[in-house]
Write a new protein. Structure first.
Length: 160
């Protein structure tokens, strides 16, 4: 494997993980500032926006992985689901799985929310659903980030 190309992949990968962690930080800030007595629609909209952005950041990471390891997916109607599904696969002789089935389920729920967020402009967001997803996303943060770090370590370990 070309070491320069791998170095570029790892730099892109690390940069995108940094973006993901930054968004998690913003979501943690929103969660910490919630007042259970009254949560405004503006706060819910803001949380929804950052949940949307979190999945978009993960999807950008998945695109980086798929493009580098030459296992890209087509742009059909199921593109978003196909891309995340591909990240669960351990592709023998190519790359290890990026995420587990558990993380897939977690991120797929976030993918579904992003779809609703993008198309709910005339309906508004369900406050309870947004807050539930916020709590769930933050609860699973450590697992998700650990899996991404493990993937990185496996890639580097395979080269030694």
């Amino acid at each position: 494997m070309d070491e320069r190309k791998l170095a570029l992949f790892l730099a892109d990968f690390d940069h995108q993980i940094f973006q993901v962690e930054k968004i998690y930080g913003l979501l943690e800030d929103r969660a910490n500032s919630l007042n259970s007595d009254h949560i405004s629609s503006e706060t819910v909209d803001s949380i929804g926006y950052w949940l949307h952005n979190l999945f978009s950041a993960f999807e950008d990471l998945f695109k980086i992985v798929a493009a580098f390891w030459e296992n890209s997916v087509g742009k059909d109607g199921n593109y978003h689901k196909s891309l995340i599904s591909r990240m669960v696969l351990n592709i023998e002789g190519v790359r290890p799985a990026l995420i587990s089935e558990k993380t897939f389920s977690h991120l797929d729920e976030l993918r579904g929310f992003r779809h609703v967020f993008r198309h709910a402009y005339s309906y508004g967001l369900d406050d309870e659903r947004v807050l539930y997803l916020l709590r769930k996303i933050l609860k699973e943060k450590a697992l998700v980030l650990k899996e991404h770090q493990s993937f990185r370590e496996k890639i580097i370990g395979a080269l030694k």
